[in-house]
Write a new protein. Structure first.
Lengths: 101, 206
């Protein structure tokens, strides 16, 4: 059993589906964000594995950009969560069903 | 052989952590499990010779993003355990597990059927962008990032600026009754001068 990119890809697939299940199951918006982070990290593992396979640094560059976009997404998402929680303390994802304040 | 051992150990850490994020009842516990997962992913990056990315992973994810999550959890006081008994839509939890399992099955099928993992052309050795060239990781990423990917890099900078402005705008707007009334005039007074009250018409009362 030689360590190959297939191992990384299998781990990435399993982790991605765990993240998807978490987004669908949980109702706390913060935990849903964390599950999205799980999915992004799973994709990062796949990027690094593919980059190593193709002997190209582009996989790592992609991980770099995914990291930046994840940080931006967390900043904006948490700002929205803070704004919602101010108006409706203790709101879950089901309480935010209308598109007005 | 040691690479396999490291991979299995890190994969176990990652799996336990990501299951913990989904299963933990309190958001704080989810955040701590998320730290565990992210550190495990960083170990996997080191194992795959992506040292710079591993360092950035620890700094940005564990150091900044999870701390931001914890700040929001603590400041908002949303650290209430979620009741597992309540199901807003009948059977939606079961359905979610089925959907997750089918996504896993789909991905695993693709991985199992594909020959040698990735498809495409292997980058020839000796180029600046090839991973087996004899330069350091940071040098290679820096060279390629500021030449081939410089447009994406600039757009990223704009994206970060927009995100900062968006965060300020989104969290700034308070309803009037929530505003702290005593924050406004007191700090503007100079010591030793008599306070001057300005009424609505612009006139000045002694």
């Amino acid at each position: 059993m030689e360590l190959s990119s297939t191992w990384y890809l299998v781990l990435s697939v399993v982790m991605f589906s765990i993240g998807t299940t978490g987004v669908l199951i949980r109702r706390n918006p913060l935990v849903m964000f964390m599950c999205v982070e799980l999915m992004l990290n799973a994709v990062n593992i796949a990027f690094v594995a593919f980059g190593a396979d193709l002997n190209h640094v582009g996989g790592q560059i992609s991980v770099f950009f995914v990291l930046v976009v994840a940080a931006v997404e967390v900043v904006v998402g948490l700002a929205i969560v803070v704004a919602i929680m101010r108006r409706k303390p203790g709101a879950s994802a089901d309480d935010i069903a209308v598109l007005r304040g | 052989m040691s690479a396999e051992v490291v991979f299995i150990a890190a994969a176990l850490i990652v799996m336990v952590g990501s299951l913990g994020v989904v299963v933990a009842r309190k958001p704080v516990h989810s955040a701590l499990f998320l730290v565990q997962t992210l550190v495990g992913v960083a170990v996997l990056f080191i194992n795959a010779d992506a040292h710079f990315i591993a360092a950035v992973q620890v700094l940005v994810y564990a150091g900044a993003i999870v701390i931001l999550f914890l700040f929001v959890i603590m400041l908002l006081g949303v650290d209430k355990a979620e009741e597992w008994g309540v199901e807003p839509i009948a059977g939606h939890r079961m359905l979610a597990v089925v959907i997750g399992a089918s996504i896993a099955a789909l991905g695993l099928t693709v991985v199992a059927w594909s020959v040698d993992g990735a498809t495409g052309k292997r980058n020839p050795s000796g180029l600046e962008s090839s991973l087996d060239s004899d330069v350091s990781d940071v040098y290679r990423i820096g060279r390629v990032l500021f030449s081939d990917y410089v447009l994406a890099f600039e757009i990223t900078a704009a994206l970060l600026t927009i995100a900062v402005i968006a965060a300020v705008v989104l969290t700034r707007d308070l309803p009037d009754e929530d505003r702290l009334a005593d924050l406004e005039p007191a700090s503007m007074e100079l010591p030793g001068t008599t306070p001057v009250c300005v009424d609505d018409n612009g006139g000045v009362d002694g």
